[in-house]
Design a protein around this ligand. Structure first.
Ligand code: FEO
Length: 394
C-alpha cells in the first residue's frame, strides 16, 4: 500500500513511521504505548530537505511516503542514533546527489555507525543557517540530549523547532497531534525519565538557548507534534528544575517474606509521617515507571534480601539503573534481611557511586523482623521525615 505524506503546513510534511507494536527500546526500556519515528520533508523554492529518517525496521514506510518526491537535496541528521539515522543510506541511494547535513561530531558518528561516505556529508556549525528558497533552516547545536552530536533545527519563517529526541515521547497515535495532553504528558515524562534525566542540567541550558525563538510548533522525532508548545516546555521546566517532592521511592525484592514485612512496616511509617511512597516490587516492576518516580523524589530506599552472600541481583540491577539515570535524589538508605551473613549493603552501595546522596543508616536484620526491627524501621521513617523538613521538602 502506498503511504502518503501528511501535511503540517504549506510545503512541510510529516513522512515518518508509527511503530504501534514496539514494546521495548534499547532492549531495556518498556514503551507500553508504542512509538513513532518522525521524519519531515520541507520544500523550499530552490531546495528540498528531509529532516531525519526512520528506524531501519520501518524504512519501507519512509520510502513509500517519499514515492513521487523527485529530488532531495539535503538530509538533515539531528542525531546519529539508528532509530533516526538508520534509513539515511537508503535515501542516499535513491537520491544520488543528496548530501547529509549534520554537526561535526555527527559526521564521525554517521561514518562509524552507518558507513556513510565522507564525501556525502556536510557539517554545520552552531547557529549556521541554510537558505532553501523562501525558507531558512537554522541549526542549533544541543549536545548531550542525549548523545554528544545532537542538534536542533529552527525553521524561522514557519516558527517550527525540530528537536529530535528532545521533547519527544514514545506514543503511537494515528494523528500528528494528540488533543489529550495528559496522555502526551505521561508519555513525555516516561520518555524524559528513561532517556533524558541524566542530562537535566544540560537540558536546562538548552532551554535557555531556545527561549529567544518564536515557536508555534515543536516537532520532535518521537510521538505527537506539539502544536501548543507551552505545555511541553512547562513540563520539562518542572522536571529539570531542582524542586524535590516529599516522596520516597522504594524498590525492593523479597525471597521468603522477611524483606517484604520490613518494606510494609517502612511504607506505613513513612505514610504516617506524611511522606508519599512509590513502591516497586522488582520481580514485576515497570522500569519506566520506576524512572518516572525518580524524576523528583527526594529519597530512595532499596529493599533487598541476601542471596548467596550477596545482594539480590534484581536489587543490584535496579541500583545500577538508578545510578545511570542520575536522578535528583538527596537521601538514600537500604533495608533488608539476611539468613546467616553477607555483603548486601556493600554490593548495592558499590553500584551507585553517581548518586550524590546522604546515606541514612541502613536497617539490616537477621531472619524475620522482630519488634525491635520494626522500631528501627519506624526510626528510619522519622529520620527521613526530619531530613525532608530540614531540606524544605514538604
Ligand atoms: Fe530516538 Fe536517541 O534516539
Amino acid at each position: 500500500m502506498k503511504m502518503e505524506k501528511i501535511k503540517i503546513k504549506d510545503d512541510i510534511f510529516w513522512v515518518g513511521a508509527v511503530d504501534w507494536d514496539r514494546r521495548l527500546f534499547d532492549s531495556l526500556i518498556p514503551i507500553p504505548d508504542g512509538t513513532s519515528y518522525n521524519a519531515y520533508l520541507v520544500y523550499g523554492k530552490e531546495k528540498t530537505v528531509l529532516l531525519d529518517t526512520v528506524d531501519p525496521s520501518k524504512s519501507d514506510i519512509l520510502m513509500s511516503r517519499l514515492e513521487g518526491v523527485e529530488n532531495i537535496d539535503y538530509i538533515v541528521s539531528h542525531h546519529a542514533e539508528q532509530d533516526h539515522s538508520g534509513t539515511i543510506p537508503q535515501v542516499l541511494a535513491k537520491y544520488t546527489d543528496a548530501k547529509v547535513v549534520t554537526s561535526p561530531k555527527g559526521k564521525g558518528l554517521l561514518m562509524d555507525h552507518l558507513h556513510i561516505p565522507e564525501e556525502r556529508i556536510v557539517t554545520v556549525n552552531d547557529r549556521e543557517t541554510l537558505s532553501i528558497g523562501g525558507k531558512t533552516l537554522e541549526f542549533i547545536h544541543a549536545p548531550w540530549v542525549h548523545w554528544p552530536e545532537t542538534m536542533l533545527t529552527y525553521l524561522s519563517e514557519d516558527r517550527i523547532l525540530f528537536t529530535c529526541d528532545l521533547f519527544g515521547s514514545h506514543l503511537a497515535t494515528s494523528g500528528l497531534y494528540e488533543k489529550d495532553y495528559s496522555r502526551v504528558c505521561e508519555a513525555a515524562k516516561r520518555y524524559y525519565a528513561e532517556v533524558m534525566m541524566p542530562f537535566r542540567t544540560t537540558i536546562r541550558k538548552h532551554a535557555e538557548k531556545i527561549k529567544g525563538l518564536a515557536i508555534d510548533m515543536i516537532a520532535p522525532s518521537h510521538g505527537p507534534v506539539h502544536n501548543e508548545p507551552g505545555c511541553i516546555l512547562k513540563s520539562h521546566g518542572e522536571w529539570v528544575s531542582d524542586a524535590l517532592a516529599n516522596t520516597v521511592v522504594l524498590p525492593y525484592v523479597t525471597m521468603h517474606g522477611s524483606t517484604q514485612l520490613m518494606v510494609d512496616c517502612l511504607s506505613e511509617a513513612l505514610a504516617k509521617n506524611g511522606i508519599r511512597v512509590e513502591r516497586f516490587n522488582l520481580t514485576a516492576a515497570d522500569t519506566g515507571k520506576l524512572a518516572m518516580a525518580l524524576v523528583d523524589a527526594a529519597t530512595i530506599v532499596i529493599g533487598s534480601p541476601t542471596v548467596l552472600t550477596s545482594a539480590h541481583p534484581l536489587a543490584v540491577s535496579a541500583a545500577f539503573f538508578m545510578n545511570a539515570m542520575r536522578p535528583k535524589l538527596k537521601f538514600a538508605s537500604i533495608v533488608g534481611s539476611y539468613g546467616w551473613g553477607g555483603r548486601m549493603v556493600e554490593d548495592i552501595r558499590g553500584v551507585m557511586p553517581n548518586l550524590k546522596v546522604e546515606m541514612l543508616e541502613p536497617v539490616v536484620i537477621k531472619g524475620r523482623p522482630k519488634e525491635e526491627d520494626m522500631r528501627a524501621l519506624e526510626n528510619l521513617a522519622s529520620s527521613i521525615a526530619g531530613k525532608h523538613r530540614e531540606a524544605g521538602i514538604a
